[in-house]
Each structure stands twice: as structure tokens, then as C-alpha cells.
Design a protein around this ligand. Structure first.
Ligand code: PLP
Length: 413
């Protein structure tokens, strides 16, 4: 079966947008956020129009419907990722999920001098929470270098350090380079050789990976994975921390307030079991429902086929860009693993100028440091242009993008 792109695109109202200039939208900023099919928009609208209520509280009909939909969404999402629902902790996204890990697990299980091993490829989401923890409790941060020639992690350096690491945080798929890191090997090494042979705890930043990988969380043997709904056709402001059976019992509460306590007195309280212990306050109800709708929508496809389609577009685009004089493409797009993100830079034209001229032609691409400034420094640059593809993009769009870019460069050079 091949993907029916016409039918897929028909599900996304925004993809029919035509700008006043007459140019149709060509949306190539999917690594920042994906577009939403009408099924997701409809599920969220239906919730607000028919069922809106707070959850886990009142006994009226709407409250029961909202609670059921919210918790059924957790079952749908956890089924998709391959873990039990009570170990899928709703957060506002990857960023909050990693902060939750650092606060609720890191603070109570790491101590001064413990080595936290990260990589130079991390998004700031998987860097700053650990910097904060280092400042607060004195853990020592170390970094696996990125080879600027191959755009891959220096696995020799990883192997040399893993024995001393108690915790490993690693981006699953780079949002800048499109590279998928060898996470299976990283987990295996961490578990067998980490922490002096006792095993290190591993967190994956799977924000980009979930766009076309179901993870198989429990089967991976990883401890934590963080992800965002909006990278996989779901709503913004929604995501989760996925937690292994071994780690969930080691986590202490993070935010305190309503919905997370069993019973409260003036001077103390007892707490709900997971997941609610970690979800204080009125949660993101419509967003959970929207995320489950996104997963229901994605479930109609073979994700390997989705991934192959996205990689095909990225590979083709990267190869074409490399032919353009003055363009450097960052990342290896030859292999079968990775994502739809293609970062590039022109040697004389400023990335923002290029992006404006692309926008004038209807092409939405990202420009900037992509919240990965240490990686930018390692690559010796401060920003890239990034075109990133998703399952609704077509080869015609990829070709139109390359043609338009060539025209812009010819005009400006
Ligand atoms: C690799 C990676 N990690 C973390 C994030 C942060 O995700 P969010 O902003 O949804 O929390 C992103 C978003 O671009 C990302 O690409």
C-alpha cells in the first residue's frame, strides 16, 4: 500500500490555504510543529461543544463524560507508545516532561558529584533542566561530543564515559540534523556498563522521533522518554513523560495542589498513586482528547511507510540542495534512519533573508539556532535554514521548494 497523499492532504484544512500573493502554502516547518487533521480539530471542538467539564471531581453527566474521555485518551496514547497508562504522565510537552524527570526523579535519586551524561546535540529542553539541577544539587554534567564531519555522536567518547555516569539524557532524533541517534546501543551500554556496572538511568528526548516512530517504550528498556503531541498531528501544550516500571516508584511529587492528593490536612497530605500524583491542578483535557484523536488518525497508516515517505522527501531535498553552489547541508540524509529535517546554509546569503524570500513564495521553513546553540557552536555556525517534511508533503512540494530557492539565490547573489 502506498500513501494516498491526496486523501491525506484533504484531511488538513490549512493545507489548502492560498496566500494573497496567489502562492499556495507549502508547509515545511514540521519539525517545529505539525499541522492538525480535521479529525483532531473536530474532536476538540466536540469536547468543548458537548462535554466540557472539569475531570475527576463532580458527579454530573458532563463531568463523567469528560473524565472518561480524558482517561480513555491516556489508554489510547499509552497503547500507541507501548506502556501501561499509569506510567504515561501528561505534561505540557517535551520541555515540561524533562523538567518533571529532573525534579521528580533527579532531585531525589541523584546527589552531589553524580555524573549526568548528555550530548552536544541536545535541544535546550534536555540541557537547561540538568544545568539547573547541577547548580542546585551539584551533579556533574558531561557531554558526548558530536563529530562535525559525520554529524553523529562520538560513540567512543560515550563508551569511555558511560561507566562513570549515573544518568544519561540523549536526544532520540536531532531536530537540527535529522540524525537518529543509536539509542538501542546507548541504552544497552548504559544498562550493562553504566554507573560502574550497576546500570545508568536513561532518558530519551523523543520529541522528533514520535512523529514517525511508535517507540515501543517498554520493549526498548529505557527509563524515561519525553514527547510532545504537536509533533505528531496533535495539539500544542500537550505531551507526556513515559516512565518505566522500575522508575515510577522512585519519583517524588513535583507540583503540589488539587487532583494529586488522596487526603490533605493543614500540616500534611497523602498523595494519589501515579499518574495523578504528578498531574496537579485542572489538566489539559481537550488537548488529551485531541492527542488521542491524532493517534487514532495516524493509526490508519503503516508507520514504517510514513517514515519511508518522509525520509524519501528529506533525502531527495538534501541531495538537490547539495547541488546548489554555496549551499552546505548539515546532517547525513543517506541512511534509512532519521527524520524529515534538512538543515542548510548559504555561504553568503543570510538565513533570515532566504527565509523571507521563501515565505514570499509560500514556503514556510524555520530559521535560527533551533534551541540547540551548543550544537550550532560545534558546527561553527549560529543558525541554519531548516526545511522539515511530514507525511502530507509531496515530492512536487520538495521540488518546488528547491526550484524557488535556486531562483532566490540567483536573484540575490
Ligand atoms: C528534539 C526536541 N526536544 C525538545 C523539544 C521541545 O518540545 P516542546 O517545545 O514541545 O516542549 C523540541 C521541539 O522542537 C525538539 O525538537
Amino acid at each position: 500500500m502506498t500513501l494516498d497523499l491526496e486523501a491525506i492532504r484533504a484531511d488538513f484544512p490549512i493545507l489548502s490555504r492560498v496566500f494573497p500573493s496567489g502562492h499556495p502554502l507549502v508547509y515545511l516547518d514540521n519539525a517545529a510543529t505539525t499541522q492538525k487533521p480535521r479529525q483532531v480539530i473536530q474532536a476538540m471542538t466536540d469536547y468543548y461543544e458537548q462535554h466540557n467539564s472539569n475531570v475527576h471531581r463532580a458527579v454530573h453527566t458532563l463531568a463523567a463524560e469528560a473524565t472518561a474521555a480524558y482517561e480513555e485518551a491516556r489508554i489510547t496514547i499509552s497503547d500507541w507508545f507501548g506502556l501501561e497508562p499509569h506510567r504515561l504522565l501528561y505534561t505540557s510537552g517535551t520541555t515540561e516532561a524533562i523538567n518533571l524527570c529532573a525534579h521528580a526523579w533527579g532531585r531525589s535519586n541523584l546527589e552531589k558529584g553524580d555524573v549526568v551524561l548528555l550530548t552536544e546535540m541536545e535541544h535546550h529542553s534536555d540541557l537547561i533542566p540538568w544545568q539547573m539541577l547541577a547548580k542546585d544539587i551539584g551533579v556533574e554534567l558531561r557531554f558526548v561530543p558530536v563529530d562535525p564531519e559525520t554529524y553523529t555522536l562520538d560513540m567512543d567518547a560515550f563508551e569511555a564515559t558511560i561507566g562513570e555516569a549515573k544518568f544519561v539524557g540523549c536526544v532520540h532524533t536531532s531536530n537540527v540534523l535529522g540524525v537518529r541517534n543509536p539509542v538501542e546501543r546507548i541504552i544497552e551500554l548504559a544498562k550493562t556498563r553504566g554507573n560502574g556496572g550497576d546500570g545508568a538511568v536513561v532518558l530519551l528526548d523523543s520529541a522528533q522521533a514520535v512523529a514517525h516512530d511508535r517507540l515501543g517504550f517498554d520493549a526498548m528498556g529505557v527509563d524515561f522518554a519525553a514527547c510532545s503531541a504537536h509533533k505528531m498531528c496533535g495539539p500544542t501544550g500537550m505531551g507526556a513523560l513515559l516512565v518505566s516500571e522500575d522508575r515510577i516508584g522512585e519519583m517524588t511529587h513535583f507540583l503540589g495542589g488539587g487532583d494529586m492528593i488522596e487526603e490533605a490536612w493543614l500540616d500534611h497530605a497523602t498523595y494519589q498513586p501515579p499518574p495523578h500524583r504528578f498531574e496537579a491542578g485542572t489538566p489539559k483535557i481537550a488537548e488529551a482528547i485531541g492527542w488521542a484523536a491524532a493517534i487514532d488518525w495516524l493509526s490508519q497508516f503503516d508507520m514504517q511507510e510514513v517514515s519511508a515517505h518522509i525520509l524519501g522527501l528529506a533525502r531527495h531535498t538534501a541531495a538537490e540542495l547539495k547541488q546548489i553552489e554555496g549551499i552546505t547541508v548539515y546532517g547525513d540524509h543517506e541512511g534509512d534512519l532519521g527524520s524529515g529535517a534538512v538543515s542548510f546554509l548559504h555561504d553568503t546569503l543570510h538565513s533570515e533573508d532566504l527565509a523571507h524570500f521563501l515565505d514570499a513564495g509560500g514556503f514556510a521553513v524555520r530559521t535560527g539556532h533551533h534551541c540547540a546553540q551548543p550544537l550550532m557552536r560545534r558546527l561553527g555556525i549560529s543558525a541554519t535554514n531548516r526545511a522539515s517534511f511530514y507525511l502530507y508533503n509531496t515530492m512536487e512540494e520538495a521540488d518546488a521548494f528547491v526550484t524557488h530557492l535556486k531562483g532566490v539565490i540567483d536573484r540575490l547573489s
